[in-house]
Design a protein around this ligand. Structure first.
Ligand code: SF4
Ligand code: SF4
Length: 288
């Protein structure tokens, strides 16, 4: 079962809530994993502090042209809808950072002049904290496309009963790739005008890709009631409301956030777990 934790914008508390849920599930004897798919700014393990036992380098294939074979016909350029291969001076020029590794140019080349070569896009570390399995991606600096690396992160810990996926914020390709295939998405939102705007955008995205979701309102005692009204009018489930806590902010700054945070808001986290998992995982909910 894959549960994604996502938000319309950064800084909503998404990672710490994802981590708290994964930790609680693990503490209740569930074989759980947390996957850090926020590969441009991975920070799950800053707080989890799992022992890392392996780091894998991830590559994606990009084309390389054998100029001796190439006849300059331009079919590769015509095929590439990402403008990652262009004809300059009668010969193809490959722009690897624009390439989406679709393989189209290899297939259309009449001279078999194009080969795949690997391009490093980042790494994935894997570890354990207690019984909680952790895997997190880190995009190579300067690498523009996160989605292929996110796809790879989602191949880890497949034997876990529940995988909690910490998604990148927003509604970009990488956010969509992260939630794709999820059984449920927990959206973290703040009750502010900006928070409402970003929530509306990500709700629209999830409705398009037809994934079930509910909302956790974080720092629920700031702002106004417009997020609550929106959820009511749109029949969006509010799974829990977590008030602002100055203690949590200070623990976050010192890097010792998640265990104290879980303790402080355990009632709220059990409410989320009860709503999301009720009837699906026996023994997880507090009252079962
Ligand atoms: S593999 Fe696809 S995206 Fe990359 S250059 Fe070839 S056609 Fe373009
Ligand atoms: S399709 Fe092949 S032969 Fe034609 S320009 Fe591209 S690399 Fe050269």
């Amino acid at each position: 079962m894959n549960i994604s934790v996502a938000s319309g914008k950064g800084g909503t508390g998404k990672t710490t809530i994802a981590l708290a849920l994964a930790t609680l599930l693990s503490q209740r004897g569930i074989h759980a994993a947390i996957l850090d798919c926020d590969v441009e700014e991975p920070n799950v393990n800053l707080f989890l502090k799992a022992d890392i036992h392996s780091v894998d380098t991830v590559y994606t294939p990009v084309p390389s042209v054998d100029e001796a074979r190439c006849n300059g016909c331009g079919k590769c350029e015509q095929m590439c809808r990402f403008s990652a291969i262009v004809i300059v001076g009668g010969k193809p020029l490959v722009l690897p950072d624009m390439c989406h590794s679709c393989g189209g140019c290899y297939r259309v080349c009449p001279e078999k002049a194009i080969q795949e070569i690997p391009k490093e896009i980042g790494g994935i570390e894997e570890g354990l904290k207690g019984n909680l399995h952790y895997a997190g991606g880190r995009l190579r600096i300067g690498e523009p496309m996160a989605a292929p690396l996110i796809k790879e992160v989602k191949q880890y810990a497949c034997d876990a009963d529940v995988r909690v996926i910490d998604c990148p914020p927003g509604t970009s390709c990488s956010a969509i790739e992260s939630v794709r295939g999820s059984d449920y998405v927990i959206l973290i939102a703040e009750p502010t005008p900006f928070g409402l705007n970003d929530l509306q955008i990500i709700v629209g995205m999830l409705r398009q890709i037809e994934v079930g979701f509910g909302v956790v309102i974080n720092k629920s005692d700031i702002g106004d009631d417009r997020v609550y009204r929106y959820c009511r009018e749109e029949a969006v489930a509010v799974l829990a409301s977590i008030p602002y806590s100055p203690e949590s902010a200070s623990e976050y700054a010192s890097g010792f956030y998640h265990e104290a945070f879980i303790e402080r808001f355990s009632a709220e986290f059990y409410s989320i777990i009860t709503s999301v998992f009720s009837g699906k995982l026996k023994g997880v909910c507090r009252n079962e």
